[in-house]
Ligand binder design. Structure first.
Ligand SMILES: Cc1ncc(COP(=O)(O)O)c(C=O)c1O
Length: 331
């Protein structure tokens, strides 16, 4: 990844071996909302005669309309020679419910590799156009209905609202002392960071004010996906974020405690054997609320998770949490 959070073209070029069959680029990436250098990557793929997939799951139903509205959207689709497939999610900026989505191929010849047919089954000849067998027709019909209901005009109007709201939010956030948006997002997905504040503390302060922002890592950021409905909450959001940044700047006992826990965890990781650190991590995570759903304050937990060298431990903790979603607690 480059410093602007876009794919590093020369690193990708150098990573290609005779066994490479596919390059993937994002339009845009989810964490930071930036579009990879699609044309450059596509040219590499074409030169090596390999496939190039554009993950436009987030941008597929917004970028074409943003471009028509005059926003500077770089080429990311089949207009770029070398792009061989594109994914675009109906359930994101297509505004449909989940359960149906799109993958588009440049040629029927490529799509044919997706199709499945088994001729020798005693139940008859079995064929399926997708990876899964039985699929819910309802989700496809519902998506079709939404697309016809909105039409091109509807998508243009919603994109206009989303892009204007995203610009207001981005400018407003960049104007808050201590906060800024990472890189230069190409559409309406972005991440907030800080050089001076603990951004997870800002996230906790926002939680206390009733906002939930996804916590991201490497580097620590808070994530925003702007939707049409956010047009009416821009001012409220920015004033709460300003207050959250001010609170995060003030030292409190909780924050000093968090910093101490983090420092201890980091020190422990360096000097203690791995199995002891594993046990400590589990203990610390439960003290911080890691085993009881979403804690009200999670800055220390997220800070510690990001700095853990043993990702295997973290995986177990996350799986414990997921298991907890479906398990009934026994006394
Ligand atoms: C860029 C990108 N690609 C793919 C996906 C996967 O989408 P889903 O989990 O809805 O299948 C996401 C989800 O946010 C995404 O942001």
């Amino acid at each position: 990844m480059r410093a602007d959070f876009r794919a590093d073209v020369s690193a990708i070029r150098n990573a290609i071996t005779p066994r490479t069959v596919l390059i993937v680029g994002s339009a845009p990436s989810y964490p930071h909302g930036v579009i990879d250098p699609i044309s450059d990557l596509a040219h590499i793929a074409r030169d090596h005669e390999i496939l190039f997939h554009v993950d436009a799951c987030v941008g597929g139903f917004l970028l074409p309309f943003a471009r028509r509205l005059g926003y500077p959207i770089p080429p990311f689709d089949f207009s770029v020679d070398g792009v061989t497939s594109i994914s675009a999610d109906l359930h994101k900026y297509g505004y449909a419910a989940k359960g149906a989505s799109l993958v588009l191929y440049r040629h029927k010849k490529i799509r044919r590799h997706q199709l499945f047919a088994y001729l020798d089954w005693s139940g008859g000849i079995y064929a399926s156009p997708t990876m899964v067998g039985t699929r819910p027709g309802g989700a496809i019909a519902a998506a079709w209905a939404v697309m016809n209901y909105l039409g091109e005009e509807g998508y243009l109007a919603l994109t206009d609202q989303v892009m204007k709201t995203a610009t207001q939010l981005r400018d407003g956030i960049n104007a808050i002392d201590g906060l800024h948006i990472v890189s230069d997002p190409d559409m309406s997905v972005m991440a907030i960071t800080s050089d001076r504040l603990n951004i997870y503390e800002v996230g906790d302060e926002m939680t206390l004010r009733g906002w939930h922002l996804d916590r991201q890592q490497f580097p620590p950021t808070l994530h925003l996906t702007v939707m049409p409905t956010h047009a009416r909450i821009v001012d409220l959001f920015l004033s709460d974020l300003t207050a959250a940044a001010t609170s995060a700047r003030k030292p409190t006992l909780q924050k000093i405690g968090n910093t101490l826990i983090l420092k201890l965890a980091e020190a422990a990781v360096k000097i203690l054997p791995e199995d002891v650190v594993s046990k400590l991590t589990a203990r610390a995570s439960s003290v911080l609320g890691g085993d009881s759903g979403l804690p009200q304050r999670s800055a220390a937990m997220y800070g510690m998770m990001g700095s853990l060298p043993n990702r295997g431990d973290l995986r177990e903790l996350v799986l414990d949490l997921v298991e907890g979603f479906t398990e009934r607690k026994r006394d």
